[in-house]
Design a protein around this ligand. Structure first.
Ligand code: HEC
Ligand code: HEC
Length: 330
């Protein structure tokens, strides 16, 4: 016993030494194993204004491109393992270094998704934002990205969003009629009366005999369903609004949204609209918001045509998370 006690301190000391030595060698060894952050050659980088690329480079390129900036943590295991996995996962979703191989419609779909992820504070990854406070996006940055997304649709004029914003504001300032109309199938205008503040899901022009600009809005439930791709079926309470303006074509070729033409909507209420997969439709025309349809049977007519979009939960005009845009112009 006495012997043992005497030797204990020595043994203890040498254990500390051995553990430290073992840990140090392990630390050196692990530097040679595990996943690494690779930086392949950039082949088809995103082509956009310096303003747009500047924002994305600052906030997103460390993970979603081949231009991951080097720092101690990206090079030092085991931290570099975690980062390498995030980067690989991020690049597999979309990669700004090959972004230009995507179609404009796909690029547009991704940019919309990015805007949504940033607004929801899901991107940049929260852990990353903490260490990189410079990666935060301002509301101005987000407007720049939104405007860029719109510009990618060749059918939409670049400044149409700004003009629509101005109009929206003016419309919101106007006094609303006290008696809001209700459609013959029971769908009420009151359920969409503040749609101007909803998320813009998509914008399209129609340059056939019925020249118009349309903007598609979704309420929070619908916008979230688009973002998370939960549209089969769309969740209860989803509302999608399509606002149609006439087009003014100026002499110099500029196109402006003209008079308000009509607003159409779809509301998901499986209890009330069993016959049409839960969708209730309505259309209100002109400044007076006159409801369409003599009786409730018009709902079936709207629905029958929307069956063509059954694959997308009966909604045509949504930017799909896989980047394709279903916008059908007819
Ligand atoms: C620290 C690394 C990191 C940064 C920085 C980062 N992301 Fe991500 N991102 C990821 C990872 C990992 C995923 C996949 C897993 C997930 O969705 O959480 C992802 C997924 C996404 C997706 C979903 C893509 C899809 O279709 O699956 C979007 C959109 C996105 N990021 C946008 C952004 C934007 C915009 C920025 C910059 C403002 C950004 N990310 C910055 C790591 C990052
Ligand atoms: C002839 C076929 C057809 C009929 C009938 C029809 N729609 Fe549509 N609807 C479409 C197509 C195609 C789109 C997508 C292109 C566009 O925006 O014009 C659309 C888009 C919409 C949208 C925007 C969401 C989406 O699916 O993209 C709403 C809301 C809408 N329609 C409501 C109605 C209402 C209300 C009626 C009945 C009064 C109706 N529709 C009748 C074909 C039809």
């Amino acid at each position: 016993m006495w012997h043992f006690n005497k030797e204990k301190p020595g043994l203890f000391r040498s254990n500390i030494f051995r553990i430290t030595a073992a840990l140090s060698s392990l630390f050196i060894l692990i530097q040679f194993i595990g996943p690494r952050v690779t930086r392949p050659v950039v082949t088809h980088p995103l082509v956009a204004s310096p303003e747009v690329t500047g924002i994305l480079k600052r906030a997103c390129y460390d993970c979603h491109s081949n231009e991951t900036r080097k720092n101690l943590w990206t090079e030092l295991a085991p931290f570099s393992w975690v980062i390498a996995e995030d980067v690989q996962e991020a690049r597999s979703r979309f990669d700004f270094s090959t972004f230009d191989t995507l179609s404009k419609a796909q690029q547009q779909g991704f940019i919309w998704e990015m805007v949504n992820m940033v607004l929801d504070e899901k991107m940049p990854l929260p852990g990353y934002s903490k260490v990189h406070p410079e990666s935060g996006l301002t509301s101005r940055d987000i407007s720049v990205l939104k405007a860029y997304a719109v510009s990618l649709n060749p059918a939409v004029y670049h400044d149409s969003l700004a003009i629509l914003d101005a109009r929206r504001q003016r419309a919101a300032d106007k006094e609303r009629p006290v008696d809001l109309p209700v459609s013959a199938n029971g769908v009420a205008y009151s359920s969409i009366k503040d749609y101007q503040h909803w998320q813009v899901i998509s914008t399209t022009n129609r340059f056939d005999n019925n020249r118009s600009i349309r903007v598609i809005y979704g309420n929070d439930i619908a916008a979230e369903a688009v973002r998370t791709n939960h549209i089969k079926p769309w969740p209860e309470g989803s509302i999608i609004v399509k606002v149609v303006w006439d087009i003014i074509e100026e002499k110099n070729g500029d196109i402006l949204p003209g008079r308000f033409n009509n607003v159409q909507m779809m509301i998901k209420d499986s209890h009330q609209f069993k016959q049409s997969e839960g969708w209730g439709f309505a259309k209100f025309t002109g400044e007076g918001l006159v409801p369409y349809g003599k009786d409730a049977s018009f709902n079936a007519a709207c629905f029958n045509c929307h069956k063509a979009a059954s694959e997308y939960g009966y909604v045509f005009n949504i930017p799909l998370p896989d980047g394709e845009n279903m916008a059908v112009n007819h």
